[in-house]
Design a protein around this ligand. Structure first.
Ligand code: MD6
Ligand code: FE
Length: 219
């Protein structure tokens, strides 16, 4: 018998690596891999109705990340501020429905991370290209901080910055790969975080893109 170092637990997604980022935040390595094709079909369905677009921050900067949304509520930014809305300002229509594969994965991952009964009503979908970045921020436009956020990464890898409760706190750099899912909530819910500028490391399935979507209870 050949001894193997089974760091990632074979093919059982529940046994893939877990990396704790804080008391109530965890990276579930590869957790989304079995669902990738269903998730990408969901992304295509969403973006056919609500295309990716680059939004402008209240400070007047055009975001390098392009975004869209699905679910009852969608996150937007413009000169007047950040907010959730039921209507896509670009199409004048409600945001597309949240694909079942998104909702199911988010519920399962949340339960796995200690947040049973997660029922998201908003999903922000981000598209990164080489050089795209997301500066340090807190997610605080949601009404209730009691629910966690579930974040799914597909395509090119990214270096995620996970800081503390103050902007100036030292941030850990955590690589996120295709199929990784991050869940955080509770005492970690308002920690500052961001994404370093992406390197061009083309992914076999998605090319020079990274797709990240985050599921939330916003309303
Ligand atoms: C990203 N994620 O990974 C950006 N926010 O591309 C986020 O900003 C984020 O991953 C709240 C909770 C989880 C996240
Ligand atoms: Fe965020």
């Amino acid at each position: 018998m050949t001894p193997t170092l089974d760091l990632f637990g074979g093919d059982d997604p529940a046994q893939h690596g877990r990396v704790a980022l804080g008391p109530q935040s965890v990276v579930l390595r590869g957790y989304a891999l079995p669902a990738v094709e269903a998730l990408l079909a969901g992304v295509d369905a969403v973006t056919a109705q609500a295309p990716f677009r680059q939004m402008v921050t209240p400070g007047g900067y055009t975001m390098s990340v392009a975004l869209t949304n699905c679910g009852e509520l969608g996150w937007t930014t413009d000169a007047r501020g950040y907010r959730y809305s039921r209507i896509d300002p670009q199409t004048g229509q409600p945001w597309p429905a949240m694909p079942d594969a998104f909702r199911q994965l988010a519920q399962d991952a949340a339960r796995e991370a200690g947040f049973p009964g997660f029922s998201p009503d908003a999903c922000l979908v981000n598209r990164y290209e080489p050089g795209s970045r997301l500066s340090l921020h807190q997610d605080r436009n949601e009404r209730d901080y009691g629910a966690p956020i579930v974040s799914v990464s597909l395509g090119m890898p990214a270096l995620f910055l996970f800081g503390g409760d103050e902007r100036g706190d030292r941030a850990a750099r955590v690589p996120l790969f295709h199929g990784d899912v991050v869940v955080w909530g509770g005492v970690d819910r308002l920690r500052f975080h961001g994404v370093m500028p992406l390197k061009d490391l083309p992914h076999p399935r998605l090319g020079s893109r990274r797709i990240n979507f985050t599921l939330r209870k916003a309303g």
